[in-house]
Design a protein around this ligand. Structure first.
Ligand SMILES: Cc1cc2nc3c(=O)[nH]c(=O)nc-3n(C[C@H](O)[C@H](O)[C@H](O)COP(=O)(O)OP(=O)(O)OC[C@H]3O[C@@H](n4cnc5c(N)ncnc54)[C@H](O)[C@@H]3O)c2cc1C
Length: 386
C-alpha cells in the first residue's frame, strides 16, 4: 500500500498507523483509569506530540503533516474508538496550533506552535460562560482597550483542557450590546496575572477532556496577542464550529464502530441456552440495526468532510452529520451495551465512558436544538420541503 508523502510520519510509518499504535500503547492501558477520574496530562499530550498527533493540519513547512480535513478526521476516529474524551482533548489543543499559524504567523505562531505540536504546551478555546452557552451573543467577558493592549474581565466554564491548559483562546465582548459583532479573540497565557482556574466537577467518565473553567480579573493582553478583531472573530467561530461538528460526528461513529466490534466478538463466544448469542435472531437484528445506522452516520460525515476539503457550503451538512451521529451514538451505544449483558460494564470496555461522551457530544459545539434550527432555517424559503 502506498501513502501520500504528507501522511508519512517522521518515524517512516503512515500517520494512520501511528494513530493506531498510539491508541494501543497509550489509550488502551490508560483510558480505564482516566475514566475513574485519574487523568494525567503528561501521559497523553507528550506521547501524542511525539508521533505527530498534535500537528496533523499544521503546514508541512512548519513541521506538521499538512493533512486534509478528511484525513485528520480519520486519525481522530482511530483515537476516539478507544477514548473519545482524550481525542477531544488532543484535537482542541491541535486546533489552536493551526489557528495561531493562520491568524498570527509572525507573532504568536513562532512563540507557541512548536511546543503545541510537541505537547509541551496545551491550549484550549473558551467561548462558553456560566451565563451563556448556545446564545453566544450574550457572553459577558469584556475586553477593554488599555494603552497598547486590552484588559480582559469575566468567567468561562465547560472548556475542554481548561483544567490544565497553558494557553487559552478567549472570546470576549469589546462593545457591550453589540452581540456577536463585538466579539474578538485573544490568546492569553494561563500564568498571566489575574488568571485563576475554576474547577468544574463533572463525570469522571469525561476526565481526559480536562474540562474546567477560569476567571479573568484585569488580565492584560498585549495587542500582538489579539487573534481576531471584532467582526472577524465570529467568522472564525462559525468556520471552527462547522469543522468541530463534523469531527464530533465522526468520533461518535467511531465509538459505535468500536462497540460493534466488541459486541460481535463477545456475541460469538458467549453461549446461552445451548448456542452462541449471535445465533439468536433477536440479538443479531439489534447488531444489524446498529451497523446500518453507523453506515448512515459515516456517509453524512464523509459528505461534510468533502465539502470542507473542497471549500463547499458545509453548514447544513455539518449540522446534519452531528445531529444524526450524536443521536445515533446515544441510542446504539445503549443498545449494544445491553447486548453485551453484564460483561459490557467491565471497565476494560468503553461502553459506559462512551455513552456519557455521546450525551456530552450532543451539547458541545452546538446543542441538538441549535442544529435543528440550522437545518430548519435552510428549508425556510422552500415551502413543502419539510
Ligand atoms: C463535553 C463538553 C465540552 C465542551 N467544550 C467546550 C469548549 O471547549 N469550549 C467552549 O467554549 N464550550 C464548550 N462546551 C460548552 C458547549 O458549547 C455548551 O454546553 C453548548 O453551547 C450549550 O450551552 P449550555 O450548556 O449553556 O446550554 P444552554 O444554551 O443553556 O441550553 C440548555 C438546553 O436548552 C436548549 N436550548 C437552548 N436554546 C434553545 C432554543 N432557542 N430553542 C430550543 N432549545 C434551546 C439546548 O439545546 C439545551 O438542551 C462544552 C460542553 C460540553 C458538554
Amino acid at each position: 500500500m502506498t501513502f501520500d508523502s504528507r501522511e508519512i510520519s517522521k518515524l517512516g510509518t503512515s500517520i494512520f498507523e501511528e494513530a493506531d499504535q498510539f491508541a494501543q500503547l497509550h489509550l488502551v492501558p490508560n483510558a480505564p483509569q482516566w475514566g475513574r477520574g485519574l487523568f494525567d496530562r503528561r501521559a497523553l499530550f507528550g506521547p501524542a506530540g511525539a508521533v505527530g498527533l498534535l500537528s496533523l493540519q499544521v503546514p508541512l513547512d512548519l513541521g506538521g503533516f499538512g493533512l486534509s480535513f478528511g484525513d485528520k478526521v480519520k486519525v481522530l476516529q482511530k483515537l476516539a474508538q478507544i477514548d473519545f474524551s482524550a481525542a477531544m482533548a488532543l484535537v482542541n489543543s491541535h486546533n489552536v496550533a493551526v489557528q495561531l499559524v493562520k491568524a498570527s504567523p509572525n507573532e504568536l505562531s513562532p512563540l507557541y506552535s512548536n511546543d503545541l505540536m510537541r505537547g509541551n504546551f496545551v491550549a484550549c478555546t473558551a467561548l462558553t460562560e456560566p451565563g451563556a452557552g448556545s446564545d453566544l451573543g450574550q457572553i459577558q467577558t469584556t475586553a477593554i482597550q488599555n494603552g497598547d493592549g486590552w484588559l480582559l474581565n469575566g468567567s468561562k466554564t465547560w472548556i475542554i483542557n481548561a483544567a490544565h491548559a497553558d494557553g487559552v483562546v478567549v472570546y470576549a465582548q469589546t462593545q457591550v450590546g453589540s452581540g456577536v459583532k463585538g466579539i474578538a479573540a485573544f490568546f492569553i497565557r494561563a500564568d498571566s496575572l489575574g488568571f485563576e482556574r475554576v474547577a468544574v466537577a463533572t463525570s469522571s467518565a469525561l476526565s481526559s477532556m480536562g474540562i474546567g473553567g477560569f476567571r479573568l480579573t484585569n488580565v492584560y493582553c498585549d495587542s500582538s496577542h489579539l487573534l481576531y478583531e471584532p467582526g472577524k472573530a465570529i467568522v472564525d467561530i462559525m468556520g471552527a464550529i462547522n469543522r468541530a461538528r463534523t469531527y464530533v460526528a465522526a468520533m461518535c461513529c467511531a465509538m459505535v464502530s468500536q462497540a460493534l466490534t466488541d459486541v460481535s466478538v463477545y456475541g460469538h463466544k458467549r453461549t446461552a441456552f445451548g448456542q452462541s448469542l449471535d445465533q439468536y435472531q433477536g440479538w443479531r437484528w439489534q447488531v444489524a440495526q446498529a451497523a446500518t445506522a453507523l453506515q448512515a452516520g459515516e456517509l453524512l460525515v464523509r459528505e461534510a468532510c468533502d465539502l470542507i476539503d473542497n471549500s463547499g457550503e458545509v453548514q447544513v451538512a455539518a449540522a446534519q452529520a452531528k445531529l444524526y451521529a450524536t443521536s445515533m451514538a446515544q441510542t446504539q451505544l445503549g443498545t449494544l451495551l445491553h447486548a453485551m449483558g453484564a460483561e459490557g460494564f467491565l471497565d476494560r470496555y468503553a461502553f459506559l465512558r462512551h455513552l456519557t461522551a455521546a450525551h456530552a457530544a450532543s451539547l458541545a459545539d452546538g446543542s441538538t436544538a441549535m442544529l435543528l434550527e440550522r437545518v430548519a432555517n435552510d428549508f425556510r424559503f422552500k415551502p413543502g420541503a419539510i
